[in-house]
Design a protein around this ligand. Structure first.
Ligand code: AMP
Length: 120
């Protein structure tokens, strides 16, 4: 599969500092910020700083350092967000995944019981 990253997507613009975000954590390879339309008491997005469109793109092409930095950011976000009772991590991809923003991101949701995985 060929991945064509659009550098004008909104998360690329956040990474370039062109639009603001409520950043909660940052390291060398990843950034975490609050979702603008939170769907749970905790709703944080973790994104890599590199130009990857989706989880499968990131898994296929990101370096080991980028992948480790990303997972370390996820761990830190969970630790700092009081998610001891649990959480859900969601990575939507492309049309069937209903992905709105074509820069890879993981939603970290929690702060209340989230119910079953999918609404039917
Ligand atoms: P997805 O459908 O997985 O691509 O989700 C994209 C998410 O990005 C949605 O939950 C939006 O609410 C969120 N979002 C869109 N624009 C912004 C923004 N400027 N800052 C923070 N979150 C955003």
């Amino acid at each position: 599969m060929e991945f064509n990253y659009d550098p004008q997507n909104i998360f690329a613009r956040i990474l370039r500092g062109e639009i603001p975000a409520k950043v909660v954590f940052e390291n060398e390879t990843a950034l975490a910020f609050h979702d603008v339309r939170p769907q749970a008491p905790v709703h944080i997005l973790v994104i890599p700083k590199g130009p990857y469109m989706s989880l499968d793109h990131f898994a296929a092409e990101a370096t080991a350092v980028e992948q480790a930095g990303f997972l370390s950011a996820v761990a830190e976000v969970c630790r700092m967000s009081g998610l001891e009772d649990g959480f859900r991590a969601i990575a939507n991809a492309r049309a069937h995944g209903n992905q709105e923003v074509p820069h890879f991101h993981v939603h970290i949701l929690g702060g209340r019981p989230l119910g079953p995985l999918l609404a039917h």
